[in-house]
Design a protein around this ligand. Sequence first.
Ligand code: ADP
Ligand code: TZD
Length: 630
Amino acid sequence: MRAADATSLWPVVITAVYQAIADKSWTRVVTTRKVNSNKGISANSQEGHTMTIASLPDTEVEHTPEPHEPGALTDGIHLVVDALKLNDVDTIYGVVGIPITDLARLAQASGIRYIGFRHESDAGHAAAAAGFLTQKPGICLTVSAPGFLNGLVALANATTNCFPMVQISGSSERHLVDLQRGDYEEMDQLAAARLFAKAAYRVSRAEDIGRGIARAIRTAVSGRPGGVYLDIPAAVLGEVIDAEKAAATLWRVVNPAPRQLPETEMVDSAIDLLANAKRPLIVLGKGAAYAQADEQIREFVETTGVPYLPMSMAKGLLPDDHPQSAATARSLALKRADVVMLVGARLNWLLGHGDAPQWNPDAKFIQVDIAAAEMDSNQPIAAPLVGDIGSVMEALLERAKPGQITVQTEWREELTAKSDSNVAKMAGRLEAALTAHPMKFLGALQAIRDVLHDNPQVYVVNEGANALDLARNTIGMQVPRHRLDSGTWGVMGIGMGYAIAAAVETGDPVVAIEGDSAFGFSGMELEAVCRYNLPIVTVILNNSGVYRGDDASTTSDPAPTALRARHEYMIKAFGGKGYQATTPAEVGAALREALASGRPALIDCVIDPSDGTESGNIAHLNPKGITAKH
Ligand code: ADP
Ligand code: TZD
């Protein structure tokens, strides 16, 4: 049968199920079924578009041809699943509804793990985190219009953070949407996504599904990774075409993220700059963590002896207690360094754009980045090393002569002295926090730090303002890619999505350290955490407010920053274990017990409402008009 004849086939409908066989591989069984009318296809599918085997009476089975036997048919839903499987997609994060419910069902029946969320932002954040952790685009599945838009925040955030992800969304009838005739969940999703994603594509024919998915995967992971939107209208998902011809339209992407080698001349000039530096510094960013070039990075740092600063998600690339870490002398390192090598880190707001007085105005920059256009975005880049971090670090190691790059004792001593004095200053604060009552952020965080120190394989997710700044500085990381946080946008709401992805992708335990406000953005996903029985312990630093909890209101309503919750009750509603902790000792004991259980748990840490500062350490970004409070 020709694909063009397919539409004339109604009411004959084809669907396929995949069955597990003992050796865990999956075999496809195509089943032809006859139904009486379009309405009889599936009670829970969009009429005339999708088909579920579960919804069809068994007596109507007529024939079971082999997949590519002449006459066998398939449809858009099957092709999406086939294309994803062909490209090794093993997990989908999403929220179901028209027109993608059967897609999720079929994916699950086919051996792809489907993780169902309560809100698309959380599913999207999970997909983004999966992309960061695995170098494979995380897949997020959303419904039309509002579901799509909910997911778009995560897609945009993934793009901003350079994490590979693909948001696949169903969309409503093109002929209605385009004339704005008022369809169910009507929206020009493709146009909306273009503004916020690395790229946005639409598949308009079932025969293009394989191409669309290949293109989305390639775009998401190659070059600078980012979020890609793939629009698949309901009509395409329901389009029935010849199975044999359809199979020929799918392909597997070969070498999706090719290596990119730097220019030798630039490698030599970078080596030259470092060799002649008096006060060299390496800054490691989350691109360096993403690149999975851990060995090359470590070897370069250690053989040259150059001090380094890890950005928050690069912590653990080298253990935080590494003797070359300049983290505890950060301000001095930035102010004084004369040659700075940025490795997978952008000179954006997180690094003060490389401007004086935070930075030495005479500093020369070397930048290692896969995106050529990143060079010179903020400061002149004396040696642009455009390439993937693994290849660039290898080239540097290869071309630097032994002993060519060394670090002068004065520079090392200057950093060490500053670090010692900063650590001594902090020691008093830490000590006082251990006994303070009500509990301070630093009291709870020291208890968490000690437990995590004994459990270095635990993934740490972290968001909030004070909860973010203080946890980042207090909790040392020992293993690469084990810290995921609010990132480049400083976005709240990544917590549960990132935590779920870390647990699902790795099987390892996760501790999510959350401000009480931050947690609220994704808190309902505690239900998903419990439903999938994931080893996630959510620790809420609850000071009863956005930033602080002691703002006085001038009206009978609570202050704009005020919050009030006993979060431990929330998880109990879903079957998880809830703790309330009022002292560091209770925090530590609860966390150890929760981690040992390997089950979902939440620890609500009661923190002094007057602890913390407005906006954490970025208060200076608040506009200072005549109403300014601070
Ligand atoms: P941080 O916030 O930790 O400073 P950024 O997100 O600003 O890090 O920077 C990450 C950078 O890493 C981006 O500019 C991105 O292009 C780059 N990058 C990502 N993956 C790679 C890779 N494999 N090789 C080289 N650069 C990469
Ligand atoms: N909405 C989104 C999506 N992202 C944001 N960053 C904000 C709002 C604004 N915001 C911050 O920048 S931090 C924060 C908000 C609401 C929460 C701070 O309160 P918290 O943390 O309770 O999470 P601390 O520890 O009490 O400071």
